[in-house]
Design a protein around this ligand. Structure first.
Ligand SMILES: Cc1cc2nc3c(=O)[nH]c(=O)nc-3n(C[C@H](O)[C@H](O)[C@H](O)COP(=O)(O)OP(=O)(O)OC[C@H]3O[C@@H](n4cnc5c(N)ncnc54)[C@H](O)[C@@H]3O)c2cc1C
Length: 315
């Protein structure tokens, strides 16, 4: 049941001082290019915006959900019954005690990597080319080339469910492979400090170019509508990982499609929207892949992509 309240836009304007949009189509905010209208949508340009918008939603029992770049999200065909807050709080600077930098959570990973390179700070090169915001990356402990963002995180400023700001060190996040404790806690990341190493700019740039070249070979063309790897690589009891793409290859994933959703021919762990896919198509295709892998290998694949159902109880 929709939690839409006729007077919410007026209350929002009164308490946040900015206009909340209504019926914004979420397809435009997801790289999957799928998703119906959100009852309410607000783009936060400052921490005050983020705090005020989530506070007013809580006060009026409107479910809310914070998004970054929408590169790891699958929205529902019927959108979202509540408030979507897009985090556009951007900025990156040298930390007071170096070598380290501080980034606001809505900064793009590429902007943070470019800043680090310019300042001769090494340690984030593996993030080059991963689309999305710093907040989204820390939430899911994004990574590549055997590294993940949590390794360099020193401390962070967050907002808890009651809207109280607090600081946390790396241990708070219980980082694992594509995992952070935020998946259960639902705190909002505001700013993050990363501990880095001083290094020659030329060497940093060369490292980045190498990684971008590898990515260019593996990933589909930039305009492809998808959300990166759909499933996590399963981890065995001894801690070793099996590539989900390999398992999917073995069960004939390349041939499979449901409606407008298909497996990318060049990589079986990429599910793509061929133009007219619905979330229902993607979920049905993912379900079929999971059950075939389970049947053949006895392995339960776990989604890396996050599906946001239209109806949520809210944080
Ligand atoms: C072409 C392509 C390549 C990719 N390659 C990789 C890769 O190599 N490695 C990898 O790990 N991922 C990869 N991804 C997935 C994606 O880029 C990452 O998961 C990225 O970190 C998502 O960031 P985002 O800002 O888009 O997050 P979103 O998709 O907007 O959100 C993801 C989750 O983060 C939460 N979140 C966002 N901001 C905040 C915040 N400020 N506070 C708290 N929670 C927040 C959201 O609520 C949501 O649950 C790829 C995706 C694509 C499309």
């Amino acid at each position: 049941m929709s939690k839409r309240k006729a007077d919410f836009p007026r209350l929002f304007l009164g308490e946040v001082g900015k206009t909340v949009r209504e019926g914004v189509v979420l397809r435009d905010f997801s790289n999957f290019q799928i998703g119906g209208p959100a009852d309410y949508f607000f783009e936060a340009a400052s921490f005050d915006d983020l705090k005020a918008a989530t506070l007013v939603a809580r006060q009026h029992s409107i479910p809310y959900y914070v998004i970054g770049g929408g590169f790891n999200l699958l929205f529902d065909d019927t959108g979202f019954h509540g408030l979507i807050v897009k985090n556009s709080v951007k900025g990156v600077s040298l930390a007071a005690s170096g070598p380290a930098l501080t980034a606001f959570s809505g900064t793009s990973l590429d902007d943070m990597v470019a800043f680090a390179t310019e300042k001769g700070l090494s340690g984030l090169e593996f993030l080059a080319g991963i689309p999305g915001t710093v907040g989204g990356a820390v939430f899911g402990n994004a990574g590549a080339f055997g590294r993940s963002i949590g390794e360099s995180l020193e401390d962070a400023l967050l907002l808890d469910k009651e809207g109280i700001e607090f600081r946390a060190q790396r241990e708070y996040f219980s980082f694992g492979y594509r995992h952070s404790g935020l998946k259960k806690k639902h705190d909002i990341l505001l700013s993050l400090q990363f501990r880095l190493e001083a290094r020659d700019k030329g060497e940093i740039k060369a490292g980045i170019e190498e990684k971008l070249a590898v990515r260019a070979q593996k990933h589909p063309p930039k305009e492809t509508a998808y959300a990166g790897s759909y499933f996590k690589n399963p981890v065995g009891p001894d801690g070793s990982k099996v590539a989900a793409g390999y398992l999917l290859e073995q069960i004939g994933a390349r041939e499979l499609r449901v409606g407008g959703a298909a497996v990318y021919p060049g990589h079986s762990n990429f599910l793509i929207n061929r133009g007219n896919a619905t979330a229902r198509d993607v979920l049905a295709l993912a379900g079929e892949l999971k059950s075939r892998v389970k049947e053949r290998f006895g392995i339960e694949l776990e989604e890396e992509v996050i599906f946001l159902p239209a109806v949520s109880s809210g944080p």
